[in-house]
Design a protein around this ligand. Structure first.
Ligand code: ZN
Length: 346
């Protein structure tokens, strides 16, 4: 992920409004209005989330056999670079659950590294003469039964940092694995709307989510909700030490705020147990920001902390052993609940 600075004052205001919204959500809970069948379906789906399976994918993508996922690194004796190998793994998993995977090629470069900058911000622009690569956006979807034209989009960037040898476990193998787990659980769910999954690239330049968003705009896609997963369950050392299970849903536009509030509602309704709050971005950012900039306002990111508190952000120490998979699995459950609730309410 790559995000701009945030003011502390803004953060406090957001905390305050998030707690007020949380109270409103709790009051709604006292008088359930949804039909019981919907609740049973959501409960069945969220109980199908498997942290052990997520952990297996995470270690595959961020340790062994793939220590990195970048276009400018091919392991000795291997034919494909590590990002293409990750693509093959993700596509193979999706296909094994019955999805058809589409690839969209985008021309990108690796970032250069500027060691004079702080560790988390050492990416620097490539020179025109640096190599160009084709990075792929991977798409899979479940077609909606009654409203196939309405699209709910889940996305995550799957690449690791191109300028440094970081496994990118929290940033963002864990979000990749999260979207993958949602896709697996929804493989046997008949949605009313189309539920689309996008695995993109954000640690090379330009971000391939920009192409994905522009193409969606050109096609006139009716995307009613966009949920990015980036750094789910990743937080400060202090929060980790206290075994906090956190999620922040950050939005840019009012349409995104409504979606962010839904995350809090379902977290309470289904007793998922996250310390869940919302935050307002000062400007579009990350891969959800690519969609906001293309005109899709109902876009949010689920992230473990805001501002992002992972002490190993963009560093070699961002290893899978330091991911809180249990926390990430709870975020996946809340995301699943939000997606299915939204699907049933459209
Ligand atoms: Zn990043």
């Amino acid at each position: 992920m790559g995000r701009g600075p945030m003011t502390c004052a803004g953060g406090l205001l957001i905390l305050l409004s998030a707690s007020l919204l949380g109270m409103a959500g709790a009051r709604q809970e006292a008088s359930p209005s949804g039909d019981k069948k919907v609740d049973a379906t959501v409960r069945r789906l969220i109980s199908a989330v498997e942290p052990a399976r997520m952990s297996k994918h995470l270690f595959y993508l961020a340790k062994d056999p793939l220590p990195f996922r970048k276009l400018n690194l091919t392991l000795p004796g291997h034919e494909k670079n590590t990002l293409y190998e990750a693509d093959d793994y993700l596509a193979g998993q999706l296909e094994s659950w019955g999805y058809r995977v589409e690839r969209e090629g985008v021309q990108v470069q690796a970032f250069r590294r500027d060691t004079s900058k702080p560790k988390q911000a050492q990416y620097s622009p490539p020179k025109p003469e640096d190599p160009w690569y084709t990075a792929y956006n991977l798409y899979a979807e479940r077609k909606g039964r009654s409203h196939p034209e309405r699209i709910i989009l889940l996305l995550a960037h799957k690449d690791s940092q191109s300028w440094i040898d970081s496994p990118g476990a929290n940033d963002n193998a864990i979000g990749t694995v999260g979207v993958l787990e949602v896709a697996r659980v929804l493989a046997n769910y008949e949605p009313q709307s189309t539920i689309r999954f996008l695995f993109c690239n954000e640690e090379h330049t330009p971000w391939t989510s920009k192409t994905a968003a522009q193409k969606a705009k050109e096609r006139g896609d009716n995307i009613v909700a966009i949920i990015n997963m980036d750094g789910i369950g990743a937080k400060t050392a202090e929060q980790t030490g206290a075994d906090k299970k956190t999620n922040v849903t950050a939005f840019t536009k009012p349409e995104g705020k409504a979606l962010a509030e839904l995350m809090g509602e379902v977290n309470a309704r289904y007793s998922i147990g996250l310390e869940q709050r919302t935050a307002e971005r000062s400007r579009p950012g990350d891969d959800d920001g690519s969609f906001v900039q293309a005109g899709f306002a109902a876009a949010v990111v689920n992230i473990g902390s805001w501002p992002y508190g992972d002490p190993n952000y963009h560093a070699e120490g961002d290893i899978p052993e330091r991911c809180d998979v249990k926390n990430a699995a709870m975020t996946v459950q809340a995301t699943l609940a939000a997606v299915v609730t939204l699907d049933r309410s459209l």
